[in-house]
Design a protein around this ligand. Sequence first.
Ligand code: 5AD
Ligand code: SF4
Length: 451
Amino acid sequence: YMELVRGLNQGRGRKYFISTFGCQMNENDSEKLAGMLKKMGYEEGRDEAVSDVIVYNTCCVRESAEQKIYGHLGALKKLKEEKPDLVIAFCGCMAQKADVVEHIKNSYGHVDLVFGTFNIHRFPELLYEAINTRKTLVDVWDSWDQVVEGVPIERKDGVKAWVTVIYGCNNFCSYCIVPYVRGRERSRKPEDILEEVRALGRSGCKEVTLLGQNVNSYGKDLGNGLNFAGLLKMVNGVEEIERIRFMTSHPKDLTADLVSAIRDLNKVCEHLHLPIQAGSSRILRKMNRRYSKEQYLDMVDMIKREVPGIAITTDIIVGFPGESDEDFEESLDVVRKARFDMAYTFLYSKRQGTPAARDPDQVPEDVKKERFNRLLEEQNRISLEINKALEGQRLEVLVEGPSKNNEAVLTGRTRTNKIVNFSGSRDLTGRLVRVKITGARTWYLEGEMEE
Ligand code: 5AD
Ligand code: SF4
């Protein structure tokens, strides 16, 4: 396979630019797209204007993402007119939707290539073909049940890396488009994962984040008795790696042995991203989440008891169809009771083809926004309280490098995934250091390094 990619040595002296939208899974796919382009001889361009190949790796989880992407894509038309040899590729989750592909063909004729989430490993061949055809080349697969290994990868960061362990999702939450565009759950073999993590360790990487739409389902399809807690134990044994994170966990699949793994495995960090989505048990049922508010809160209690100091973060959707004022109050109540370190809050967005989109009882936009703001305010207050309580503590921080906004400041994360800014030499990048927390904000901490 690598031979084939290298054989398509069409990129020498040419540049590429990749725009990634959406989640870490897409970021990880973009690293593979970059890896394939590099193998073909391309170099990364500084921006779109200087590049010969532009790739849009897209997200369709909410309508706002789609609108933004169409906006950017429209703006490329002029560039293509000026540079007819420019190749524009459109891929990722949006490309898996038939209506999107139709729309691209009809209204964005300047796009040269459309491919989906199941065949990104074929990108080199498709690119080669697209360069030699005039009209928009479309190659989108409906599904694919095997996991493709051995795709080259060009990582964004040297200190920490994403490692996908399971693709797809079987849950069909009633609002969510992901199962339709990413297909059914497919776990990677443990030996392939371990090989990747070991190679990362040898190349200086200190932290891996194991990725999947629902990592707690890991292994179910492999039929070898291994589950996610077991995988964590294996990864914990990789010598050079110092920290292990993972996301996302579905509450319905959270097992006691996973909580024990977080508690007992020294490299597994004390942070759990556990999306609740809504506080009302009635709404949770309509969302097809398969747990109640009470079950969720009991779980949070158990986790905090077992793993003292753990940070729990969540996702919450406001304005799901049929959400009443009382239902929304339940979301506020959960936020107060669970005391999340952070919550990602979203306005419900209607996704064509999902059951919730057919619900006649849609919540008006202004009501959604008002609820959204109240929820955000409540959560921000709690995040700040939790962070304030860390002042004076000495925490282990993995140094990621100079801060993007201020080169003189180093930035890193605690085991609980909180950002800490402090001053120090950039040579410390990739090292674990002790930092005394001196200031707390809603989104990050400030500190002083201790020798
Ligand atoms: N509208 C709003 N938010 C959504 N999410 C998924 N689908 C939708 C939708 N239709 C949110 C969920 C999920 C996160 C990644 O995106 O909270 O956990
Ligand atoms: Fe979407 Fe639910 Fe699957 Fe998450 S678990 S990707 S919200 S269907």
